[in-house]
Design a protein around this ligand. Structure first.
Ligand code: ZN
Length: 402
């Protein structure tokens, strides 16, 4: 009763002061006390190639039994056995030469703290706060897409990511020309102000032979992200423009030379892609393998039946990767470029047959791509319009902080 009365007389401000007092000083006391009494030594050790954790512990005069105990403690502890050369290990060692804590980054994305308190091990894995910055880049093609990408400050990986977005609209092997241009907005990821990696492309445009394509990344509430044209239709379509990866080929790309093959499309009813032997060839669309065989004309060849009366044919493989009857998905490797059969040089002969008639896949009209659901369009447009505006006003090189 007395206590209650006493407390009741204390003004509100003092009550709050009493509440804070026990916690605040206690924390700082315990830190000060530990530092004052125990005198830690802090040691940073950069792991060298060929060095083992056991060797490092021995060098520092630390117990092998303790190392074993940490490794066996849990999955975090086990990561001590997988430390890469170059990793900096931060040891705190007390006056009795006992390990008190060990801290290091097992990856770019996290820090692991191992604390030893009176022989007991505890671990804590903390994910780093990463900062994402949006960056813009633009380029114009003079000799090759990779060259233009490099000039625009893009990694080859980012160039491939960019090309992938438009790979249902543009044949990056045969149709890229001098003067084609691109612009994009993409993420750069930083940790403590230090660049780690590139993230996603949020929006991009590509102008190929005068025709402009635009795409915006959009993540629906279900969490699946994909690229959409400004009208909300998916960039993914039933057929890839080129059934092979341009990155194997573009080193030979010469934009000044008209590709001789395109002129011959009618004559031999297909498109020839010159490519090094072994270049993977993809199914242009989902379908079923109706032929996978060899003859002296086609060499190793694969035919795929798709919906809507479309058949695609792939000839002269060095090696086939699918059997007759197999279901294949768009982009799945079905064989490798070669020069088998009636062929004088390593290339893929590709045919696109629509209701029994050979067609140019570039000009044949195909079913339209899937649109976003109507109820998703407002959110998509909110996301897309500032990005598209940024793309079209791409005079300023650098950008928007996130
Ligand atoms: Zn051919």
């Amino acid at each position: 009763m007395l206590t209650v009365e006493a407390e009741a007389k204390v003004p509100k401000a003092d009550v709050s002061a009493q509440i804070e007092l026990p916690s605040m000083p206690l924390l700082s006391f315990s830190e000060a006390g530990l530092i004052g009494q125990e005198q830690f030594e802090t040691l940073n050790h950069k792991v060298k190639k060929g060095q083992t954790m056991s060797g490092i512990f021995t060098d520092l005069g630390l117990s092998q039994a303790l190392l074993l105990k940490i490794i066996k403690h849990n999955e975090d502890g086990k990561r001590l056995t997988k430390v890469m050369p170059g990793t900096v290990l931060n040891f705190k060692i007390d006056a009795q030469k006992q390990l008190k804590s060990l801290q290091f980054d097992p990856s770019d994305k996290e820090t692991l703290s191992i604390v030893v308190n009176e022989g007991e091990v505890s671990t804590e894995l903390v994910a780093h706060e990463l900062q994402t910055q949006l960056v813009t880049a633009k380029g114009s093609i003079t000799h090759s897409l990779f060259g233009a990408g490099k000039q625009a400050g893009l990694t080859d990986k980012m160039v491939m990511q960019l090309a992938h977005i438009f790979s249902w609209d543009i044949d990056f092997v045969l149709e890229i020309r001098q003067g084609d241009s691109f612009s994009l907005i993409y993420e750069k990821v930083y940790k403590n102000g230090e660049y780690i990696t590139d993230g996603k492309i949020l929006a991009a445009s590509f102008t190929n032979q005068g025709k402009a394509y635009e795409a915006v990344y959009f993540e629906s509430e279900e969490g699946d992200g994909a690229y959409y044209a400004p009208n909300g239709r998916s960039m993914k379509k039933a057929f890839l423009r080129a059934p092979l990866n341009f990155s194997y080929i573009s080193s030979n790309f010469n934009p000044r030379r008209k590709h001789p093959i395109t002129k011959r499309i009618k004559a031999h009813r297909g498109i020839d892609y010159r490519a090094p032997k072994g270049t993977p060839v993809f199914a242009a669309g989902n379908g079923k393998v109706i032929q996978s065989s060899y003859n002296k004309f086609n060499g190793n060849y694969v035919f795929v039946q798709h919906p809507n009366g479309i058949v695609t044919k792939y000839l002269h493989f060095s090696k086939r990767a699918v059997k007759k009857g197999a279901r294949v998905k768009q982009g799945q490797t079905i064989g490798y470029v070669g020069s088998t059969g009636m062929s004088t040089a390593s290339h893929l002969h590709y045919e696109f047959v629509y209701n029994g008639v050979h067609r140019n896949p570039r000009t044949v009209s195909l079913p339209k791509a899937e649109p976003l659901a109507k109820n998703k369009m407002p959110a998509f447009e909110r996301m897309a319009s500032p990005l598209l505006a940024e793309l079209s006003g791409l005079n300023q090189r650098l950008v928007v902080a996130n």
